[in-house]
Write a protein of this length. Structure first.
Length: 666
């Protein structure tokens, strides 16, 4: 069936039906128009990386070489926050994506039939957020490509959308590339070699064309994909956030309904094309599930629940050619799934409907306002993250001038607010350098010719209660040995690189031992030493399965630095190379004291003893603490290192607590 014969439209002459169809498509597109990069300025974590992506589009930064992040060179098209650049391109891309989404949503409503068509239209047009719309484009686009709906131009449109989304975010690239591969193999095995070649060749060609359009060299594409895969592989272990039992109930109920739909589909349909569609649907469900369940909060949970009914209805599409009454059963389960998702969304994110309506209102306003060049609007001073006078880095502005600056943490928005020459390390935010390869890339950056002239750093700035000095730990060892402290700028310590050739750190192995979870390690014999440590933690088979299907329980360190026990989260991938352990540096003052001439006041926080534990699985499995240990091998390997001359006396030689007296060196 063509779109002009859509059963949802009233019986009318052909011309009128085309007019009604155009109105329907336009209405859906306008309601889902998302103009990126126009949110009020902010210096918080998420707006900061959005601003970095925006800056990357106008500078010569190469993804895979200079930048390694979960978003690609067109990632700024996805972000609400930005720097106000590329107004025309943003507007054109938003229009194209909105109308492409509208076409595929209407096509999906046609395939779903009259009983599910209208509910699907309303759900997709009013409730889906930006991320969910991308998953819908991939899912419903697979139907167009598999059954060659609406002719070659429709196939070209879908292929272009898939290629563009693939360079927006890596979690879009995975299902899009998987869908293209499955469709190509299915068409080729079904004696449609020309269609298979057009699908695979069109996607690959458009992907490369968009990559070049973004100003990226072809040689960097494999490195970008490899780095993105490394980031995706370490995400669960590094960023997990446990859900509560009440949050899991609607998710488990929704998965029960989805499982029933997939079983009914396997029983009620045949032919390779239908099984290919189910395979693509399963891939999308897995990616959406991991996005929502690894880091559970109201935003991620509602984002998962809102897309599940859309992916759940895919097996009920007309091309599946159901036998008997199984289709009606599938439709009933789809309705049940939607009710479960709505219940969960209202229970755990009661602001989602209001937030979505506000997004629709802003989208309608933006589409009629046209491209909006110029800086982003100023935010409400009362809103958290809105930059103000307290966020001015006056010392850095005075000393750095137009020299390059980096900030070792995650609030890079402060650098843009202060109009500093930001030079990023490859993994732009420290909490995300959570695999050995990513940590090594950042450390190597500070030893190379592209290292920044100045660095801002605050040991206390991390996420999820992580151990201070662990985020970007390998890079920090390099920075402390090759930069010197100048002064305090707000909550940050301002460092300047030295003129001599950079020296890699040379930790000296002091001890290596195997230990068990909960076993105390006495470090009093090493008091007065600057200690670093590395830790080998090996997940068990059950732990690997839990990380693959759900999330990983993070290990923890419990240490005593003379002022009582403190518990911190560990990221195993960050501990493959040595990170600073003792003295326990929690503030900039601790770091300055460590660099002072002997007797070093910093050793007042020398770690006396420590032990390693697995985070309690509560509240899901309260009272079953042994469950967490079952996810890891019982034996851990601890390595202790002495770090000589780090930092040396030159680290604080130019430091002054009075900002007016601070002077940058040659």
């Amino acid at each position: 069936m063509s779109l002009a014969t859509l059963p949802l439209l009233p019986a009318a002459p052909r011309g009128l039906r085309y007019g009604l169809l155009a109105l329907l498509l336009t209405g859906i597109a306008l309601a889902n128009f998302h103009l990126s990069g126009r949110a009020p300025a902010s210096v918080l974590l998420d707006p900061s990386w959005c601003q970095v992506l925006d800056a990357a589009a106008t500078r010569d930064w190469v993804f895979g070489r200079d930048l390694m992040f979960t978003f690609g060179p067109f990632g700024y098209l996805h972000c609400d926050d930005g720097l106000g650049q590329h107004a025309g391109l943003r507007y054109a891309a938003a229009l194209g994506l909105a109308f492409g989404f509208a076409y595929l949503l209407v096509r999906g409503a046609l395939e779903a039939g009259p009983r599910l068509g209208w509910p699907l239209l309303l759900w997709g047009a009013l409730l889906l957020d930006v991320e969910a719309r991308a998953y819908l484009v991939i899912a419903f686009g697979a139907v167009v490509l598999l059954w060659r709906r609406d002719g070659p131009w429709a196939a070209l449109l879908v292929t272009a959308l898939l290629a563009l989304l693939s360079l927006v975010k890596f979690s879009f690239f995975v299902p899009a590339a998987f869908a293209v591969a499955v469709i190509t193999l299915t068409l080729a095995s079904g004696r449609q070699p020309r269609a298979a070649l057009l699908t695979a060749g069109g996607y690959a060609g458009l992907l490369l064309a968009f990559w070049l359009l973004a100003g990226q060299p072809l040689a960097a594409l494999p490195a970008y994909l490899a780095g993105s895969l490394d980031l995706a592989g370490g995400y669960s272990a590094a960023m997990s956030k446990l859900p509560s039992a009440s949050q899991m109930l609607p998710l488990l109920a929704a998965w029960g309904a989805l499982f029933a739909i997939l079983v009914l589909a396997l029983c009620g349909t045949r032919a390779r094309e239908r099984h290919a569609l189910l395979l693509i649907d399963a891939c999308l469900l897995y990616v959406a599930w991991k996005r929502g369940i690894v880091r559970v909060d109201a935003l991620h949970l509602s984002g998962l629940l809102v897309i599940l009914p859309v992916l759940g209805v895919l097996p009920a599409f007309a091309p599946m050619q159901w036998r008997g009454s199984l289709r009606r059963m599938c439709e009933a389960v789809c309705v049940l799934l939607a009710l479960i998702a709505l219940t969960g969304m209202f229970l755990f994110d009661r602001y989602y409907p209001a937030r979505q309506l506000e997004a629709l209102r802003q989208g309608m306003q933006a589409v009629f306002a046209g491209p909006q060049p110029g800086p982003v609007p100023a935010g409400d001073p009362k809103t958290r993250g809105t930059p103000g006078p307290a966020d001015r880095l006056l010392l850095t502005q005075r000393l750095a001038g137009r020299d390059s600056v980096d900030l070792i943490s995650y609030e890079q928005g402060r650098l843009f607010f202060n109009d500093l020459d930001y030079r990023p390390r490859p993994v732009i935010q420290s909490y995300a350098a959570y695999t050995p390869a990513l940590a090594a890339r950042n450390a190597a950056h500070f030893l190379g010719p592209q290292r920044p002239d100045f660095v801002l750093f605050n040991p206390a700035e991390t996420i999820d209660g992580r151990l201070p000095m662990m985020d970007d730990g390998a890079a920090l060892l390099v920075v402390l040995g090759n930069y010197r402290a100048l002064g305090r700028d707000g909550k940050y310590l301002l460092l300047q690189r030295r003129d001599d050739a950079p020296r890699p750190p040379q930790p000296e192995l002091l001890a290596e031992r195997e230990l068990h979870w909960g076993e105390d390690v006495d470090l009093t014999a090493f008091r007065g030493e600057v200690l670093a440590f590395a830790l080998e933690v090996t997940p068990s088979a059950a732990g690997r399965l839990a990380g693959l299907l759900f999330q990983s329980l993070p290990p923890q360190i419990v240490l005593d630095a003379g002022d009582g026990e403190r518990r911190y989260r560990l990221v195993p991938g960050m501990l493959a190379t040595p990170v600073l352990l003792s003295p326990h540096l929690r503030t900039s003052e601790d770091l300055l004291a460590l660099g002072a001439p002997p007797p070093a006041a910093g050793f007042g926080h020398a770690v006396r003893r420590l032990r390693f534990e697995v985070a309690p699985p509560a509240p899901l499995l309260a009272g079953h603490e042994d469950f967490g240990r079952a996810l890891y091998h019982d034996t851990l390997k601890l390595r202790l290192y002495r770090v000589r001359g780090l930092p040396d006396a030159g680290f604080t030689a130019a430091y002054s607590p009075d900002p007016d007296r601070v002077r940058a060196g040659p």
